[in-house]
Design a protein around this ligand. Structure first.
Ligand code: EPU
Length: 420
């Protein structure tokens, strides 16, 4: 099994390019199910989750071929089934977004409880409530679900909690439903807006994506056609992770091909901690300040401070002077990595399942650590680069799920990291 071997303590310098957003790419691929003609998705990150989504789609009959350096062509004209491969769906939370378009198209979908990061309970009750509102019947058998509907009927549905993938799933289902759908208390993530923009170019009528109320005029089963290529937007979590890395170790790091307007909350927190950041339309420039000051941070749905950046930010706070309260409000299991950090020399005290106190600055020491999920895995890379001595990071499949060849990109900045 591959591992990352990292020798810490080096300053980093240079330029790094941001890839297409994982959480836009997975939904873009899923959206192929809404089409009666092939679609092309461009600027894809070549990450494990994208490969798994491709396998899931191929298994239900979508024909997929390479289209240019970072593109895929997906042809979902003839589907061969409405059941997912369980072994893959259990690895990937995003598998659940296939349920919306498949149900709308095939009148039935059979799927296991989706897997993915172990960062909390991650139920799917909101998806099921949405399907029921569209007139579907649900049968749960063990850890699998069978959802069926003669014809999906548009509905006025309020999300009891803001959910990114539930918003995307129901929005896609509503495109093929009969009549008008209104989704209230919808998630606002830019990935949702980009999905809606693409579908609208192909004949869908979705209004308000990116706001709390999304209105969709259903097509009564008529599939979408054409629409040109889906260009994946830059990954704001990729960019934000590099911004934090730059704040911890950068002599001068330029982050290119990003969208700084998607990172406003993180930029505000970093500037409050004393980090100097310059930005242009598609770049950011960051260096480690002489002195970092602790700041409290609370995760929230977009446009708030992203939960996916919480673990990397906590690493930065171990290097800042003072005491920072980190409050994780989105997932209940997303602070589990702190024990490993304390073993590296951090001084972090849990307050309750959602809050920790980080005391800094502390000197971190290299260690052997295991990546628990994508984002904590990346945070451990940052911790190991900051630490004195050598670290070994195991279970790096988790990191490869979300970050394409991270070691090669970091080596270009001068990091001593190897895949062994
Ligand atoms: N929730 C429910 N019931 C549901 C759905 C969600 O209670 O039916 C709860 C969740 O347990 C959580 C909260 O609602 O406490 C919000 O979760 P949400 O559904 O928004 O998360 P998600 O859609 O499963 C996506 C991203 C995550 C990202 C979150 C929050 C994808 C594939 N995943 O997850 O990304 O952390 O939104 O922004 O889009 C990652 O990329 O590493 C990652 C975990």
């Amino acid at each position: 099994m591959a591992e990352f071997l990292i020798k810490g303590g080096r300053k980093l310098k240079g330029e790094i390019e941001v890839h297409g957003a994982k959480n836009a790419a997975l939904k873009a691929l899923a959206s192929s199910l809404l089409f009666s003609s092939p679609i092309t998705v461009k600027n894809l990150p070549w990450i494990e989750d994208v490969f798994r989504m491709k396998e899931l789609l191929e298994d239900i009959g979508v024909r997929i071929s390479k289209a240019g350096e970072r593109g895929l062509k997906l042809d979902a004209r003839d589907l061969s089934g409405a059941g997912f491969r369980k072994d893959i769906a259990r690895l990937l939370r995003a598998s659940v977004v296939l349920t919306g378009p498949l149900l709308a198209r095939e009148k039935k979908v059979i799927f296991p409880h989706p897997g993915g990061d172990v960062i909390g309970k991650r139920p799917i009750d909101i998806f099921l409530e949405g399907f029921r509102a569209f007139g579907a019947k649900i049968r749960a058998r063990g850890d699998s679900y069978e959802v069926s509907a003669g014809k999906l009927k548009g509905a006025d549905f309020t999300f009891k909690m803001i959910s990114v993938t539930a918003t995307e799933t129901l929005m896609m289902a509503a495109v093929l439903a009969k009549g008008r759908t209104i989704l209230r208390n919808a998630a606002l993530e830019p990935e949702i807006e980009s999905l809606a923009n693409f579908l609208n170019k192909s004949g869908a009528r979705i209004k308000g994506a990116g706001t709390p109320t999304i209105e969709i005029a259903g097509r009564n089963g008529k599939l979408l056609r054409g629409g040109g290529a889906f260009e994946i937007i830059p990954d704001r979590i990729d960019a934000g992770s590099f911004l934090i890395l730059g704040a911890a170790l950068g002599e001068r790091i330029k982050i290119k091909k990003c969208n700084p307007s998607h990172l406003v909350a993180l930029i505000f927190l970093l500037e409050s901690a004393g980090v100097k950041i310059k930005s242009g339309p598609d770049w950011l420039l960051v260096s480690r300040p002489g002195k970092l000051t602790s700041v409290d941070a609370k995760t929230r749905e977009y446009p708030g401070f992203a939960t996916d950046l919480q673990a990397p930010f906590t690493i930065l706070m171990t290097q800042a002077g003072g005491q920072a309260m980190i409050f994780e409000t989105v997932f209940e299991g997303r602070l589990n990595y702190i024990e490993e950090l304390n073993r590296m020399g951090a001084k972090i005290t849990p307050c309750d399942p959602h809050r920790i106190l980080v005391y800094g600055p502390t000197a971190l020491r290299g260690r052997e650590i295991e990546a628990p999920d994508i984002r904590a895995g990346l945070a451990f890379i940052i911790a190991a680069l900051v630490a004195k001595g050598e670290s070994r990071i195991k279970n790096i499949y988790q990191i490869d799920r979300g970050y394409e060849r991270i070691e090669e990109r970091l080596q270009k900045l001068g990091a001593d990291i190897e895949r062994v």
